[in-house]
Each structure stands twice: as C-alpha cells, then as structure tokens.
Design a protein around this ligand. Structure first.
Ligand SMILES: [Zn+2]
Length: 87
C-alpha cells in the first residue's frame, strides 16, 4: 500500500524548479523576486527601483534617460543630413 503511494508521488515539473533557481534575491532587501516584475532598471540586482534608489542613491533609469537625451541629439543631426556640398 505504502509502496504504491510512493510510486504515485507527484514530482515537481522541472520547469518549476528552474523557475525557482533563476529567481534572484534583491541585493538590498534580500527578497526573492521575479526579475521580469522588477521595476528597477537593474532587474537582476534589485526587486524594485526603490531598492535600487536606496542602495545606489540614484536611479539607473534617470541616468539612462540623461544619456539618451544626449544620444538623441546626436542621432537627430545624423538622421537629418544637411547638404554640405561646399566642403
Ligand atoms: Zn528589494
């Protein structure tokens, strides 16, 4: 009887185990979280942008935005080629 039960014991699907293993822990609050649900720009390091802010003192998203604004300026001049036939 018990032997029969042992055999029918449900094994956890491998996908589920993999899921748990890939769940990182927040560097700041040590909480296991889903990186895809993290609001932090550093999804694999912090569970949310609040932890990112608290740990770094600034948000990567903000920095990224600043850099992007700069790059946007460059890209714009490239996308709109001014006819410089003189040189
Ligand atoms: Zn956290």
């Amino acid at each position: 009887m018990t032997e029969d039960r042992d055999e029918s014991m449900p094994l956890p699907p491998p996908a589920h185990i993999g899921d748990l293993e890939t769940m990182p822990r927040c560097k700041r609050c040590n909480l296991a979280y889903m990186p895809t649900k993290s609001s932090s720009a550093l999804r694999l390091t912090y569970c949310s942008f609040l932890c990112e802010l608290g740990d770094l003192g600034f948000s990567m998203a903000g920095l990224e935005h600043m850099e992007r604004a700069k790059k946007d300026d460059e890209a714009e001049s490239e996308a709109e080629p001014t006819p410089v036939a003189a040189e």
